[in-house]
Ligand binder design. Structure first.
Ligand SMILES: Nc1nc2c(ncn2[C@@H]2O[C@H](COP(=O)(O)OP(=O)(O)O)[C@@H](O)[C@H]2O)c(=O)[nH]1
Ligand SMILES: [Mg+2]
Ligand SMILES: [Zn+2]
Length: 338
């Protein structure tokens, strides 16, 4: 474990070169603050001097900010000046025709939580994986209730087959071991969030991870973390003893895919990497002669149902993504607001 006293207060909050490099010389008198919770009319943030309520410019819309965002503020007035570019961002479009909503930002790792029981569902896990890939967060599958299952290895193998190099951790969320099994994603300044169906053990895991151990309660940030201050909000940052942060209930519920540029390709890289070997450049991998994907299915190296799910997800994304966002097949050019 890294000793948190060797890190600055901002580094403990997740500040890194990615954000520091964005600060212009003219902004040297401003201070970085990390958004801890977003409300309709106010934003709470954390910085090297603790929690503050940011003053908002008259034209600011709190809906443009997400838990986890880094902003620059005036240290005297706490006035928010601007948001820094995000390393990762989760958005969702609640319905076709509605605007995308921000869920959370700068999440390094998304823990996709399911249980070693009937909750385990490949289709649902694939949708969460697409979400994580698209956001730019590293996905990890967490298999809870390993203590209740006869064949944990079978669940583990199925989960590992979902995406190349996908870490899979099986655990008992109620046991203290859970924290050490997940510690490599909960280090100093690292931010995680959990998604998964109701009842899989997300709250249990958050409680286990954030359990305050008096011996580890060191450093300035720990003294005034957001615990107890933002109990009325749906989403907020909570400190993990040892250095990381967890965003509770990130509220990612909608499981259809939309507005995905490369999150599907990342999930199905085994399929998309075969495409250049097809005879036709515009091969749909459905019925064309000389199709490398169909050849892989025939030879048994690729599962037919996986190709089928890939096809369905690609078409669902096409149907649910507004054409105004970008021409079909091209990368969506995302508008920057700040
Ligand atoms: N045996 C066992 N029970 C668990 C585990 N994780 C959670 N539970 C239980 O599952 C139930 C639902 O957990 P909860 O954390 O509320 O799930 P959430 O809806 O995802 O937040 C509770 O009764 C927990 O005690 C686990 O790893 N093993
Ligand atoms: Mg819960
Ligand atoms: Zn093909």
């Amino acid at each position: 474990m890294t000793n948190s006293r060797l890190h600055s207060a901002l580094e403990l909050l997740g500040w890194s070169a990615f954000f520091a490099d964005q600060v212009e010389p003219a902004e040297a008198d401003l201070v970085p603050r990390r958004v801890a919770s977003v409300h309709r009319a106010r934003i709470e943030a954390m910085g090297d001097t603790g929690s503050v309520r940011l003053e908002l410019p008259a034209n600011a819309n709190t809906a443009d900010f997400a838990v986890g965002d880094w902003v620059l503020a005036d240290p005297l007035s706490d006035m928010l000046v601007r948001r820094l570019e995000r390393k990762t961002v989760f958005k969702r479009r609640p319905e076709v025709g509605r605007a995308e909503q921000l869920v959370a930002a700068n999440i390094d790792t998304l823990l996709i939580v399911t249980s070693c029981n009937a909750d385990f569902n490949v289709e649902r896990l694939e949708r969460y994986l697409i979400m994580a890939n698209q956001a730019g967060s590293k996905p990890v599958i967490v298999l809870t209730k390993a203590d209740t299952a006869d064949d944990v290895g079978a669940f583990q193998a199925k989960a590992e087959a979902l995406q190349r190099d996908l870490p899979v951790v099986a655990l008992n969320g109620r046991s203290d071991d859970a924290g050490s099994l997940l510690s490599s994603w909960c280090g100093v300044g690292q931010t995680i969030a959990l998604v998964g169906s109701s009842g899989v053990g997300k709250s249990t895991l958050v409680n286990t991870l954030t359990k305050t151990d008096a011996k580890q309660k060191t450093g300035t940030i720990r003294e005034h973390d957001a615990q107890g201050r933002h109990t009325t909000t749906a989403r907020s940052l909570h400190a993990i003893p040892g250095g990381g942060w967890v965003i509770d209930t990130p509220g990612i519920r909608t499981l259809y895919v939309s507005d995905i540029t490369d999150g599907i390709d990342t999930l199905f890289s085994d399929i998309t990497e075969l495409a250049p070997h097809c005879r036709f450049r515009d091969c749909t991998h459905a019925h064309e002669p000389g199709c490398a994907v169909q050849a892989a299915v025939k030879s048994g190296t690729l599962a037919a149902d996986r190709v089928e799910r890939w096809r369905n997800l690609v078409s669902e994304n096409r149907d649910r993504t507004p054409v105004t966002s970008g021409p079909r097949g091209n990368k969506i050019v995302r508008k920057k607001k700040y």
